[in-house]
Design a binder for this molecule. Sequence first.
Ligand code: NDP
Length: 246
Amino acid sequence: MQSRVALVTGGTGGIGTSIIKRLAGMGHRVATNYRDDAKGKAWQEKMKAEGIDVAMAKGDVTSAEQAEAMVREIESQLGPIEILVNNAGITRDTTFHKMAVDQWNDVICTNLNSVYNVTRPVIEGMRGRKWGRIIQISSINGLKGQYGQANYAAAKAGMHGFTISLARENARLGITVNTVSPGYVATDMVMAVPEEVRAKIAADIPTGRLGEPDEIAYAVGFLVDDQAAWITGSNLDINGGHHMGW
Ligand code: NDP
């Protein structure tokens, strides 16, 4: 497979770092965003120590202006973006009857509006070049819902509607658009959940354990391959059997 330019949003996080490593390992030129200068630089140096050069641009994906500037900055460093993984995300859990408007808006803006903000400046170039791979990192809870996550489940479910519409609009232009929906993966996001709750979650998963970030990254690597050209508008569930069927 030819070396491509890949932007992974939220690449400094648990799943994002694994995706960056996987794509770099496949020979792609990788990039991500950061928000905090010191944190971004420290992460970039850590990657460099592992032999991975990551192009970085400052940007908050909840802002259309910052997302566009970030895309242009990455393109000036590496060239046109050919692979986009919309991975940045947050949770602000609480039951809906207690949910403040900020908890709703922060989660919708970060997980869903970001997909518009980052994909919009990338899509026309992909259409012009007639090749592209766009992947949304959704969630098991966008499919089955979750107690205390009306905001998150709504945002993640919205990614599926976006994916299948964009897939239709661009299928004849060599662009595939897919969603990967992880179950519970051992990253900071899930390790923030109290240990006894995590133990209950793990016990509920048929494989008996949480997922590893590399197991999500593997799926992203599969979907970006040239040979995955006929996989579009799909959702790939990766959850140890925690949620099966439709
Ligand atoms: P992490 O919390 O480890 O990483 C989240 C990343 O997103 C960080 O790099 C963070 O950057 C970035 N980010 C958050 N908000 C913004 C923003 N406004 N602008 C730019 N970047 C931002 O999360 P995970 O790796 O666990 O999750 C990655 C994705 O996978 C998310 O979309 C999540 O919803 C999804 N997912 C995770 C699951 C899990 O079990 N872990 C399960 C299902 C889905 P910063 O350091 O600046 O905060």
